[in-house]
Design a protein around this ligand. Structure first.
Ligand SMILES: Cc1cc2nc3c(=O)[nH]c(=O)nc-3n(C[C@H](O)[C@H](O)[C@H](O)COP(=O)(O)OP(=O)(O)OC[C@H]3O[C@@H](n4cnc5c(N)ncnc54)[C@H](O)[C@@H]3O)c2cc1C
Length: 473
């Protein structure tokens, strides 16, 4: 532990950001790194509290107090080694993770938590910059082959781990680009795509085979993979979008969030997009859904030059501070305005969309109603929702983006050919070794647990790789 009373001496520092005025003119990342001295003092704020709640708050059990201390002591290469021992891709989580570790940091009980995420990002960026990260090929190959379907963070983590264990890995990806939602969902201003390419290039140099434009179940049957490989791991994500089936849904100008985000990510990468271009330029945009996906649509709409952006959320606004029934070290259910929200959108909470109204086949307005919520039900914890009488109102919209979450895996032949079992939420059912209802076929990530977080997908990938390794041995 660096400084015994560091947390009393130094204040928490956030990454500095470009001003809103500057950053909305481009799609690049806009946070600036802290200086080495600043990072050192941030590392010194870690109390090495004995029971590292941050570590158990982190889905990949990052050894946070250890690398905080190594950064404080200027041992960056050692810090990178410790970080990479639990997290395959800290360059992704250091940018997009909501940092559950910081929610459970002991300093966070009564003062701002240690800036764990900023330190994580700095360690991995320094490691790449100083050449600490070089392709490491396994010393021995096992002569076992594994096919992985999907190249999101779950598929990539699975591939990375299995390759380290010496197995020969081939990743099949239906899109033209690797990375799953990191590449085509999350915008460049949160995660630059060259960060993904830097990692996948390294993985290629370490011997992992990647096959893009390979839709399993369409271009290649899953039974062919079953015949050719010793094990198959399905990491196909949870892509089926939740729809809003109200009056007027058929009008032009109403789109699913991923259709909108994928286009902009492809445009930024100078890649082909469909003829049906969706643009927010000069439009009154309404984004329905207050999560990460909705927030990414807001930032993208603003950069495209929207006239106005309104974000609608069904649930009431969360409190600014933890409620008494939501104590540390739990995840804090507080209002988190994202950087995209800061860029100029109006937020409406506790409203429900009753209908879309339009003329000549195009959407023009939304009919909304305000909601009130009762006390949480003692059994389910859910709060009963009722419409407030005479609270209907309308707002203008030329473009409506539906960011209402996802309903499991997009159904196709990938699962049906071998009758792989799914649950009521369309998630693939697996046993505690991550094996599906079919012997030798495993699953991980959002396809297994439903739409979640990058860090959880990495954790799932690491776990399934352990199980596949045991199975093959
Ligand atoms: C817009 C958006 C923003 C998000 N922002 C954040 C964030 O800021 N922080 C965070 O932690 N999480 C965020 N998430 C959630 C996070 O991205 C996911 O939880 C994570 O990517 C899941 O990883 P995965 O590998 O399981 O699936 P995915 O990333 O969905 O990858 C699945 C891959 O499988 C491929 N695939 C599917 N079927 C086939 C097939 N039949 N053949 C071949 N390939 C196939 C898909 O094309 C895709 O590339 C966000 C999600 C969305 C939608």
């Amino acid at each position: 532990m660096g400084e015994v009373k560091g947390f009393l001496k130094y204040e928490r520092l956030e990454l500095k950001k470009e001003s809103v005025k500057v950053r909305v003119k481009h799609y690049n990342e806009f946070s600036k790194p802290l200086s080495e001295d600043e990072l050192k003092s941030q590392g010194a704020r870690c109390m090495d509290c004995g029971v590292p709640f941050c570590q158990s708050g982190c889905p990949v059990d990052n050894l946070i107090p250890e690398w905080n201390d190594l950064v404080y002591n200027n041992k960056w290469e050692d810090a990178a080694e410790r970080l990479l021992s639990t997290n395959n891709f800290p360059e992704f989580t250091g940018r997009v993770c909501p940092a559950p570790c910081e929610n459970s940091c002991v300093v966070g009980i009564n003062m701002p938590a240690v800036s764990i995420k900023s330190i994580e990002k700095a360690i991995i960026e320094k490691a790449f910059e100083h050449g600490y990260i070089k392709p490491k090929l396994p010393k021995v190959r096992t002569n076992k082959n594994v096919a992985i379907v999907g190249s999101g963070p779950a598929g990539l983590a699975t591939a990375d781990q299995l390759n380290k264990f010496g197995h020969t890995v081939t990743v099949y990806e239906k899109n033209e680009v690797l990375g799953g939602l990191l590449a085509l969902g999350i915008p460049d201003f949160k995660l630059s795509k060259n960060i993904i390419a830097r990692r996948t290039d390294l993985m290629k140099a370490e011997g992992i085979n990647f096959k893009t434009n390979s839709n399993i179940g369409v271009d290649i049957k899953i039974s062919e993979l079953q015949d050719k490989f010793d094990a198959v791991v399905l990491c196909g994500g949870a892509e089926a979008p939740r729809d809003l089936k109200v009056e007027g849904r058929e009008l032009n100008g109403i789109h699913f969030a991923m259709d909108f985000l994928k286009q902009q990510n492809r445009r930024n990468g100078n890649r082909k997009i469909s003829n049906n271009e969706i643009s927010a330029k000069g439009k009154n945009v309404v984004v329905i859904g207050g999560g990460d996906t909705g927030s990414d649509c807001i930032g993208t709409s603003i950069r495209q030059g929207a006239k106005s952006v309104i974000n609608l959320e069904l649930m009431p606004q969360s409190p600014k501070e933890r409620a008494s029934n939501n104590p540390w070290p739990e995840w804090a259910f507080i209002d988190r305005a994202s950087t995209s929200h800061e860029e100029g959108c109006e937020r409406e909470f506790a409203v429900m969309t009753k209908a879309f109204i339009g003329s000549n086949g195009n959407v023009e307005k939304l009919k909304l109603v305000r909601l009130k919520f009762g006390h949480p039900n003692s059994k389910t914890g859910r709060r009963e929702m009722t419409e407030i009488s005479n609270s209907q109102f309308e707002i203008e919209a030329d473009l409506v983006i539906l960011a209402l979450g996802f309903l499991g895996h997009q159904q196709n032949n990938l699962l049906s050919e071998l009758k792989i079992s799914t649950d009521q939420r369309s998630n693939v059912i697996a046993d505690n070794k991550y094996m599906t209802s079919v012997d030798g076929i495993f699953t991980a990530g959002d396809m297994h647990v439903g739409q979640s977080l990058v860090v959880r997908a990495i954790n799932e990938g690491r776990n399934v790789a352990e199980s596949v390794d045991m199975y093959l041995r």
